[in-house]
Design a protein around this ligand. Sequence first.
Ligand code: G6P
Ligand code: ZN
Length: 583
Amino acid sequence: MANFTVNRVETSPIEGQKPGTSGLRKKVKVFTQPHYLHNFVQSTFNALSAENVKGSTLVVSGDGRYYSKDAIQIIIKMAAANGVRRVWVGQNGLLSTPAVSAVVRERVGADGSKANGAFILTASHNPGGPNEDFGIKYNMGNGGPAPEGITDKIFENTKTIKEYFIAEGLPDVDISAIGVSNFSGPDGQFDVDVFDSSSDYVKLMKSIFDFQSIQKLITSPQFSFCYDALHGVAGAYAKRIFVEELGAKESSLLNCVPKQEDFGGGHPDPNLTYAKELVARMGLGKNPDSNPPEFGAAADGDADRNMILGKRFFVTPSDSVAIIAANAVQSIPYFSSGLKGVARSMPTSAALDVVAKSLNLKFFEVPTGWKFFGNLMDAGLCSVCGEESFGTGSDHIREKDGIWAVLAWLSILAHKNKDNLNGGTLVTVEDIVKQHWATFGRHYYTRYDYENVDAGAAKELMAHLVKLQSSISDVNETIKGIRSDVANVASADEFEYKDPVDGSISKHQGIRYLFEDGSRLVFRLSGTGSEGATIRLYIEQYEKDSSKTGRDSQEALAPLVEVALKLSKMQEFTGRSAPTVIT
Ligand code: G6P
Ligand code: ZN
């Protein structure tokens, strides 16, 4: 057993360590500055209550991006020096974000220990590599992201930090081999437990879904399947679950070897722009395959996001959560006794609202960011939730869950096809979505992103939009001058949320223009970028008439898009004549 001592290192505050929507995300070059990571980690320990540090159990892992391995060794040494009793590390430092949440909630150590919290090392869907992004966020004992009270405290601490503690004499731990290493320090024993990255998560998934019926679907010759991990950490889970447990062919996995620290040089974000290979394979985009599979899905770097595709068919994330909610009770054993409630983020389309109303479910509209769902779930108010930003999940954990979403869709397909797998006609993803629109109406939806625009210009654009809201009649006059075929604005505001559980208030959560026909325009600044500002424009229009739900969405939304761009003076403020990404 190696002995270590505690080294107190003098440091000083480093600017800009304010955690965003999902922790601190910066370029690797920023993170590798002397003391940068150390300051943030110590500031986090200092923000936690003593019992969550001294004698505690801490999970440390992530999506494996560049700098993760070094960061894990640093955090292990700082945890030891701060009196943490044991650190749990997924093999090779890999754990998807949903798996971290599952481990925190479910894993029990050999000695009966449970995790108090976790450092997740990821910048999610942002590219990785020496010139790209790294990130770190702290999750609490419920498996969910730290609430604002804690992240604010962390930030305050980063502004006054004078010292941090790090173990000296503690060797680097081999995180490639499963097993426990014991060390001894001033506070007594300290262990590092390297464990299999997928077994806790796989066990949880098996307790939620009917794997047998999904397997029947996946192995049926009538069905075909494709999954793209975009070189992210989802690959390890996809292989275990889709291939080993559910019988999918190995060839149905694309980019599922999470070995590259830079995600193969790609942008690991599952949308129609970045998941190019999958999109083509599914018969969409520029060079479509001629014989696409029935079902396709992709994940982001840390596997909490998902994109669902059918054969030549894209399911919007807003529709996806609505469809899962509408079918959960019949198709997913975990929900068989009913849903406690459903929730969506404000910019997500109102498709879920219509389902909630029709099924008489509790419904919540929260600001962007998964942490708001967590409070509802902890209070037993919400079972299924989702965001337009390709996040879908449930109260089985406190993070969104990319693989869970795929299993939910496979469960719905398996349920709808349980009598069709002996040669009947398969109910496809497209059929399910179109049937949903016929029942509930369709929310045409698109999002325009203007990435890396000048931060000052973005602020001015938002201020301009807020100013316009003081006179709705002037807004309507302007709109009539742009397009006469667009409905009137009924109200406009800046979204504000009062958490029904803890009463906390979140202001400035996006600028809304709500139209008389149910259409909406929403403008927000991204909270996850690492450079400049990203303006997001969300455009939505509700169509109840089932004879009109089959239009191309860009075409259906063209009038509203024109209004949005002119009303906001997008080009004038940003100099951009087109968005960087359209989803
Ligand atoms: C992360 C969060 C999501 C959130 C998204 C918004 O992925 O986990 O809950 O929806 O960021 O990102 P944005 O860039 O729009 O702030
Ligand atoms: Zn992510």
